[in-house]
Design a protein around this ligand. Structure first.
Ligand SMILES: Nc1ncnc2c1ncn2[C@@H]1O[C@H](COP(=O)(O)OP(=O)(O)O)[C@@H](O)[C@H]1O
Ligand SMILES: [Mg+2]
Length: 411
């Protein structure tokens, strides 16, 4: 190996045996010297690199720029690494490219700047880095796919939880409905069996009264005793009334139970309506009883359901009659802009305090009802009618002084 300057043997040996390619160029870029490694790396036979231009070792696209860089280096020579942050490429004699890493150093000989390039072929490292990068990318891709998968699974899971939840609610709803139906059916059955027992009990007295009075009427007819005949026809009539009352109650109740009762409003002449009801009730009253009707309304009509109102009034008035003697029954009504109130007041036996809270319960009868006939259904029905009209019912009673039932409905 020839050196363009004096070199010790040690240096020559070092130079020859270096694991990096070393090339020395002069200021014009011509190669003055190359070690064996450099020749190997670039695929040149021994000594073939000397005398050629440095640019011949670069891919054509870098050559122009390289000449600029070389003159820059010449104006401010410092040992440095080349192409930091860029991928440097070199070209072999057979025109194949390979990645390199280059550091530069320099020396001077008789004022001339000689540049030394230390070149490493980093193909293997590059490949390794690329592989690493690729597998890193693949890993990232895989991770993001995994994440997407997890996300979509989670969504699916959430959806199925939601579905399950709504299924459970549906099922619960259905169960509740079935339970309600069963409960209703049970109540209806209970009602029916209660009706049979009440009917057999409650019907016996009026029916035997009717039987005996009817046969007595026959006897008195033969004797021509008109007073007695009147008395017994009156008895027959009140027994029939009582039976009709019970049957009406059961009819109302079963309709209410089946939910078949609808409110049908129509304009009502208030005064006429109350007079009519009072008149219709007169035949059912006991001797010595009469209805005193008083109204105080600024309006003459209301919109309401006459059938339901009539049923409520029939029930309240017949109670007032049943649970009092020889006293008037007061029928009062009044109205405000938004409400209509009517009251039925009697001066009878009243309701014992301890019974008051049960008074609207089905089949309940107060302790002082004694053997006065009744089923304990009327007030329960009345309450439900009032509910249908969106109104309220309240009562006041003093034991042995009488009772007042007040119904208020919106208008
Ligand atoms: N005006 C009233 N005066 C006293 N007690 C009453 C009056 N109205 C209702 N009651 C009591 O309330 C109970 C329930 O009334 P109701 O449901 O109409 O049944 P019933 O008249 O068939 O017994 C009656 O048994 C009675 O004890
Ligand atoms: Mg009653």
């Amino acid at each position: 190996m020839e050196f363009p300057f004096e070199a010790s043997n040690t240096f020559a040996e070092l130079f020859a045996s270096m694991a990096e390619g070393v090339i020395m160029v002069d200021q014009s870029g011509m190669i003055l010297m190359a070690n064996h490694m450099a020749e190997d790396m670039f695929g040149y036979p021994p000594h073939a690199l000397v005398g050629i231009k440095m640019e011949a070792l670069l891919p054509e696209r870098f050559r122009g720029r390289h000449m600029d860089l070389r003159s820059q280096f010449a104006s401010d020579p410092r040992p440095r690494r080349m192409g930091v942050g860029r991928d440097l490429k070199a070209i072999r004699k057979d025109a194949t490219e390979f990645p390199v890493e280059i550091s530069l150093s320099f020396t001077r000989k008789n004022e001339e700047l000689l540049v030394m390039a230390f070149i490493s072929d980093i193909t293997a490292r590059k490949r390794y880095e690329d592989d690493l990068k690729r597998s890193e990318e693949q890993l990232l891709l895989y991770a993001s796919e995994l994440e997407k998968k997890v996300q979509s699974r989670t969504e699916a899971l959430n959806q199925s939880v939601i579905n399950l939840e709504s299924e459970v609610t549906e099922r619960k709803k259905a169960e509740a409905e079935v339970r309600k139906l069963l409960e209703k059916e049970r109540e209806l059955n209970e009602l029916k069996s209660k009706f049979v027992s009440i009917a057999s009990h409650e019907f016996r007295t009026p029916l035997s009264t009717i039987m005996s009075s009817a046969s007595l009427v026959n006897q008195y007819k033969e004797r021509g005793d008109l007073d007695k005949i009147t008395k017994h026809t009156q008895r027959i009539r009140s027994s029939v009334n009582h039976l009709t009352g019970i049957l009406n109650d059961f009819l109302s109740l079963s309709k209410l139970e089946e939910g078949k009762l609808y409110v049908v409003n129509e304009p009502l002449m208030i005064e006429d309506f109350f007079n009519e009801v009072a008149e219709d009730m007169i035949p059912t009253l006991k001797e010595g009883q009469y209805i005193k009707s008083t109204g105080d309304c600024s309006r003459t009509t209301i919109d309401s359901d006459p059938r339901i109102l009539r049923n409520i009034l029939f029930n309240l008035i017949s109670n007032a009659s049943k649970y009092s003697e020889n006293k008037p029954i007061h029928l009062l009504y009044e109205c405000s802009d938004t409400e209509f109130t009517f009251r039925v007041r009697d001066e009878g036996m009243g309701i014992p305090s301890e019974d008051k809270k049960h008074i609207f319960t089905r089949f309940f009868r107060a302790s002082n009802a004694g053997n006065i006939q009744g089923t304990g259904l009327g007030l329960n029905i009345v309450k439900r009618y009032v509910d249908l009209l969106g109104g309220i019912i309240v009562f006041e009673s003093e034991y042995e002084k009488g009772a007042t039932f007040s119904v208020t409905i919106p208008i």
